[in-house]
Design a protein around this ligand. Structure first.
Ligand SMILES: NC(=O)c1ccc[n+]([C@@H]2O[C@H](COP(=O)([O-])OP(=O)(O)OC[C@H]3O[C@@H](n4cnc5c(N)ncnc54)[C@H](O)[C@@H]3O)[C@@H](O)[C@H]2O)c1
Ligand SMILES: O=C(O)C[C@H](O)C(=O)O
Length: 311
């Protein structure tokens, strides 16, 4: 199986590293516009092979899309990250043009691939990719919910003082500081609702920390995070390549699910060899429904900014 990752920066390289380490692809191609950069990242990753024991062939190319031909999955991470104090939405002006061109180039060489969109603002970039390429909706997946859910589990694990892997929890809605919806009511510690262990005040703090999880890291690092984003992409790509049919919150095109239409937004999805195989339309309570509708409005408003790019 062949995976191309466009953008060999912090997130792209971390995706390549995590995918290789998982041993889920025979070939990974990293592509960047910066001369020699993807080649250097690929060489560095390949020099891990003997010590970590992976057999994936990772190569790097400078803007040569012919080397990405016949990829099964393409991950788009090209574009600028935010700096401390910025929102993801502020990146749209630069990233929309980059993502649209990259998606066109990628599909010219891999017409049957599944596209995973990572560049921010991710829900808007996913919608742009869908609208500008005309690909069927099952083949365009925005990655954000997998990361936000893993941060939710991290903050729950800190509050509970228990391992993250004993906790199941999901974040739906937009991938934005104010649009995420951590589903606290459904979060569980080994199947037991977390509300049996944590007060409402503690749960509210966990949800608030989750929503600004990316901003917190951006403040600490001076640029946005990459290890957990790379690991989240690898988790998603594993479910595609190995047809695992995992339920993962992903930004996908909705047509009536959760009462919404004509936007890409985070919802629970079954992810397999065909990409998005099912949207799991769970019953939300009234407060969750209201939060989802508000989140969808914000995502829809952001898409309006794509008018000049989508001509
Ligand atoms: N969806 C998520 O959960 C998530 C998580 C982390 C980061 N991100 C987003 O991912 C993007 C990348 O973040 P990063 O930290 O890797 O940034 P980065 O600056 O480290 O890397 C971006 C790379 O893209 C390359 N690039 C720019 N234009 C290109 C083009 N036209 N073709 C090919 N390559 C091009 C740059 O040369 C650079 O190497 C940002 O938009 C960031 O906000 C999203
Ligand atoms: O926070 C960011 O801007 C990057 C990414 O969306 C994240 O959540 O880490």
């Amino acid at each position: 199986m062949k995976v191309t990752i466009v953008g060999a920066g912090n997130v792209g390289a971390s995706c390549a590293d995590s995918i290789s380490y998982r041993g889920i692809a025979s070939e990974v191609v990293l592509l960047d516009i910066r001369e020699g950069f993807a080649e250097g990242k690929a060489m560095d990753i390949m020099q891990c092979a003997t010590n970590t024991g992976f057999n994936t062939n990772v190569s790097g190319v400078t803007n040569d899309y012919s080397k990405t031909a016949d990829s099964d999955v393409v991950v788009i991470t090209s574009g600028i990250p935010r700096k401390p104090g910025m929102t993801r939405e502020e990146l749209i002006g630069i990233n929309a043009g980059i993502v649209k061109t990259v998606a066109e180039n990628v599909l010219a060489h891999s017409p049957n691939c599944i596209v995973v969109v990572v560049s921010n603002p991710m829900d808007t970039m996913t919608y742009l990719t869908l609208k500008s390429t005309g690909l069927p909706k099952n083949r365009i997946i925005g990655m954000g919910g997998a990361l936000d859910s893993s941060r939710f589990r991290y903050y729950l694990s800190k509050a509970l003082d228990k391992p993250s892997n004993d906790i199941s929890a999901m974040v739906i809605g937009g991938h934005g500081d104010t649009t995420m919806i951590p589903l606290t009511r459904l979060a569980a510690y080994n199947g037991i609702p977390v509300s049996q262990f944590l007060s409402q005040e503690e749960l509210d703090k966990v949800a608030a920390a989750t929503m600004v999880g990316g901003a917190t890291l951006t403040g600490l690092l001076g640029t946005s995070a990459w290890y957990a984003p790379g690991a989240s992409v690898a988790y998603l790509v594993d479910s595609i390549l190995n047809d695992q049919k995992k339920m993962i919150a992903c930004s996908v095109f909705v047509e009536g699910e959760y009462g919404q239409n004509d936007i890409c937004i985070g919802v629970p999805c079954i992810i397999g060899k065909n990409g998005v195989e099912q949207i799991v339309d769970i019953e939300l309570n009234d407060a969750e429904k209201a939060a989802f509708a508000k989140s969808a409005d914000a995502v829809r408003n952001m898409n309006a900014d794509l008018k000049s790019v989508l001509v």
